[in-house]
Ligand binder design. Structure first.
Ligand code: FES
Length: 176
């Protein structure tokens, strides 16, 4: 984790996006792959296989385990390799382990915490605006890629006054 981003819960995608296939996302500059375990719980691991570096999102989920497309190594939600098809009777080597990250689902979103070493009982609570979980409100999915630090994006979106000055073609004009 670099110092450019605060360590906190980040919404990384919509729960509905995560079905049977692994889902690749970028979290504070790091590629991660999400998948669902046997119980349907969302899991997140570092995106590249500790064996030869293949992109784990190109693999599949088999019996709740993330399976690498290159040589079929199978990983659980803790990032541990449980099975190597080419040597099924040998112990799994120590290096066959990738980082995993805490994930939770709330308000129809996948939330991830970017510290792979934090003990579960030290995780801070996820605090949400209550409207996010109020069924009388609708969460409207919207995605856009901005080439900017996310704090600039949040700041800009909250600053509606600048619209009529900077985006003159927008429909918001203070003097209307
Ligand atoms: S690169 Fe993933 S199993 Fe070989």
């Amino acid at each position: 984790m670099n110092g450019k981003f605060p360590c906190t819960w980040y919404p990384i995608g919509f729960s509905a996006e995560l079905a049977k296939k692994p889902l690749k996302k970028k979290m504070v500059g790091r590629d991660v792959v999400l998948f669902r375990n046997k119980d349907g719980a969302a899991q997140a691991v570092y995106a590249y296989c500790p064996h030869r570096g293949a992109d784990l999102s190109l693999g599949c989920v088999r019996d709740g385990k993330l399976t690498c497309a290159y040589h079929g190594w199978e990983f659980n939600g803790e990032g541990s390799c449980l099975h190597i098809p080419s040597q099924p009777d040998k112990p799994v080597p120590k290096f066959a382990h990738t980082e995993h990250y805490p994930v939770m689902e709330r308000a129809g979103l996948l939330w991830i915490y970017p510290d792979s070493n934090i003990p579960p009982d030290s995780l801070p609570p996820l605090q949400l605006f209550e409207e996010l979980e109020n069924q009388e409100y609708v969460l409207a999915p919207y995605e856009s890629f901005w080439k900017a630090h996310f704090t600039r994006v949040v700041e800009s979106v909250l600053d509606v006054v600048h619209l009529s000055f900077v985006h003159k073609d927008s429909s918001v004009h203070l003097d209307d």
